[in-house]
Design a protein around this ligand. Structure first.
Ligand code: AGP
Length: 614
């Protein structure tokens, strides 16, 4: 998703800005840009390019294009195709005002019409350009810079974070935040601005997170912060020791394959981290014994892979804690009737902790005084700051756009939490709690071993064979149905092959019409005997119609194993952890198909890692 990076201070900024953008590159983008005020003439200099930052870098590395104030951007297209015209910065008519922006200006059509009719000419299809032209107008009609900015932010609707640099005001920058994240790193006679503090980690540990609906006018040594009515705000900078480590692929061909192999470690690190939390866990989660005693309902929300993890976790909370649990897709949850329940626990699940849909759902729930715990991989994320409590997964930085180890770490966190709550409610005893923890470690072992068992077969034979198919169906029942959803998403996003998931029992109600020899059906088994029998009947129905069946079956499930055209045998684990045991192999299979097709696996087309627009 779009990233913004800015600088004002005592040093030349080009190096920092390009490095900052590079650090946030994994979030996904399609074009990039840089602008600064020339160190001597204070004239605007800029460059933009389509594609990766390296292209921009090559374009400007040999040019004398640098200054003490500047900003950069990577763009993930929302309004207008990826192109140089649409890349940021965007400018006003005079090229006096430059804007880099993350988010969406929802009333851009209306504003554009007004501005065009008053003589402004637009050069891009972006909503961002409107900000520059609108400010150009407002600077003429207001007596002070601040008054123009107050009017500006009140005219812009949507969710946005942007940096504004103005040639006529060469010693200051403006940073605005409404719902999208942005922060300022405070240095010694220098300020670093970025949508994620990783961009300036190691430069300073003093970080000011802009409050929602606020703007600042910053100089190299001062910050004036205001709310949208213009009232000065006093917000303390936080001390955050974020470290930037250059994450390398090491000997791996891609980040995704590296991260698939890191899952065993991610699971055991997460389990051990929670064991060490011991009784302080309730402080982190912000839960009191009283609340847990009265807890009568759990609601979990998230998007994409995190939503799938939540759907699997429904079985954990209902079977282990005996608490009714509802799962919500965050993008829908916000717009549905909401019945706040003070005795309900709300969990937001998000690898990044920044996903706009999930964050907005979280805000809706907290604003009604209900308790939200966020389960995330990023300690410095907005969700951690805004939720009432948090539980961190220990997957380590996930760079590939497709989630792998964060999914298994989320399942680990959710399984552990369901057991911990059950223990607190005296549903399980301490021994059972320890068994649950060791079951997770056993499962981590199974996850890795199954990859090893089928690695060569998939690489040498199956990837090539299955990369020739143009569509796939993924099915499961009960706990393996949400897992089938995740498998379909994984194949789609990295291979671009059409993949659809269904609950196996639903096939006969319509989608069975799709079955033919050209559409492999991947069936994910379960360890519950009764549900396995039902799943087996579905497998027979598929074979009776000459469907090509690929089964992920457990080692004792001979009938399914013999029925399938291709079987992957998974060791038996705790039945609730069956999806976790199948996770590594499922991802590896999808990965090798995508690789055979020559896809850009770490950064698939059109996708972003951190989806900060709704
Ligand atoms: C999954 O491979 C995708 N990267 C995507 O579905 C992702 O899970 C979703 O955008 C939610 O992201 P989050 O976990 O960071 O909130």
């Amino acid at each position: 998703m779009c990233s913004v990076v800015g600088y004002i201070g005592k040093s030349l900024c080009k190096g920092f800005i390009l490095e900052g953008l590079k650090r946030l590159e994994y979030r996904g983008y399609d074009s990039a840009g840089f602008a600064c005020l020339d160190s001597e003439s204070k004239r605007l200099l800029y460059a933009k390019s389509e594609g990766k930052i390296d292209v921009l870098y090559q374009k400007i590395s040999s040019q004398a294009l640098d200054g003490y104030i500047g900003m950069g951007h990577t763009r993930w297209s929302t309004h207008g195709v990826p192109s140089i015209e649409n890349a940021h910065p965007q400018f006003d008519c005079q090229k006096n005002i430059s804007i880099v922006h993350n988010g969406i200006i929802e009333n851009h059509t209306e504003l554009k019409n007004i501005l065009e009719s008053s003589g402004h000419t637009f050069h891009s299809d972006t909503d961002t350009e409107i900000i520059a032209h609108l400010l150009e107008n407002l600077l003429l009609s207001h007596q002070t810079f601040k008054a123009a900015l107050i009017d500006l932010v009140n005219k812009l609707e949507g969710a946005y974070a942007f940096i504004c640099m103005i040639q006529n005001f060469p010693n200051e920058m403006v940073v605005v935040r409404k719902r999208s994240p942005i922060c300022i790193g405070i240095g010694d006679n220098e300020m670093f601005i970025a949508s994620d503090l990783l961009a300036f980690a190691n430069k300073t540990n003093k970080v000011l997170f802009l409050p929602d609906e606020s703007f600042t006018i910053i100089k190299k040594d001062s910050i004036q912060l205001y709310d949208f009515s213009g009232k000065p705000l006093i917000v303390e900078a936080q001390e955050i020791n974020a470290y930037w480590q250059n994450i390398e692929k090491n000997d791996h061909e891609s980040f995704m394959i590296k991260e698939i192999y890191e899952q065993k470690n991610a699971i055991s690190k997460t389990v051990n981290f929670y064991k060490d939390l011991s009784t302080t866990i309730w402080d982190n989660l912000g839960l009191s014994p009283e609340f847990i005693k009265n807890l009568n309902n759990i609601n979990i929300f998230g998007c994409g892979t995190s939503w799938h993890a939540a759907k699997i976790a429904q079985f954990f909370f209902e079977k282990i804690c005996l608490i009714p649990t509802n799962i919500h897709l965050a993008s829908e949850f916000r717009y549905m009737p909401f019945f706040p329940d003070k005795n309900s626990l709300y969990l937001s699940v998000s690898q990044s902790g920044e996903t706009a849909d999930t964050l907005e759902a979280l805000r809706m729930v907290t604003s009604l005084n209900c308790h939200v715990i966020t389960i995330t991989n990023i300690a410095s994320s907005t969700m951690v700051r805004e939720a009432n409590g948090f539980l961190l997964t220990q997957a380590g930085p996930e760079i590939a756009v497709a989630s792998t180890k964060s999914f298994s770490a989320q399942l680990t966190a959710l399984y552990w939490l369901s057991n911990r709550l059950a223990f607190e409610k005296n549903i399980i005893n301490l021994n059972q709690m320890h068994v649950a923890e060791s079951d997770l470690l056993i499962c981590a072992e199974a996850l890795e071993n199954t990859i090893e068992n089928y690695k060569l077969l998939i690489i040498n034979e199956l990837a090539k064979k299955y990369s020739l198919y143009r569509k796939f169906i993924f099915i499961g029942r009960n706990i393996s149905y949400p897992f089938a959803m995740e498998a379909a998403l994984k194949l789609k996003e990295i291979s671009y092959i059409f993949a659809q998931s269904y609950p196996a029992g639903e096939l006969k109600h319509g989608s069975i019409a799709l079955i033919d020899e050209n559409t492999p059906i991947v069936i994910f088994s379960v360890l519950d005997d009764i549900i396995y029998q039902k799943l087996l009947s579905n497998a027979h129905e598929i074979k009776a119609r000459k469907g090509h069946l690929i089964a992920f079956a457990f080692e004792h499930q001979k009938e399914l194993i013999n029925l399938a055209d291709q079987t992957f045998i998974i060791p038996k684990v705790n039945p609730l952890l069956a999806p976790l045991a199948m996770t590594g192999l499922m991802q590896f299979f999808a990965y090798q198909i995508a690789k055979t097709l020559g896809r850009n696996i770490d950064q698939p087309r059109n996708l972003a890692k951190s989806v900060t627009v709704e």
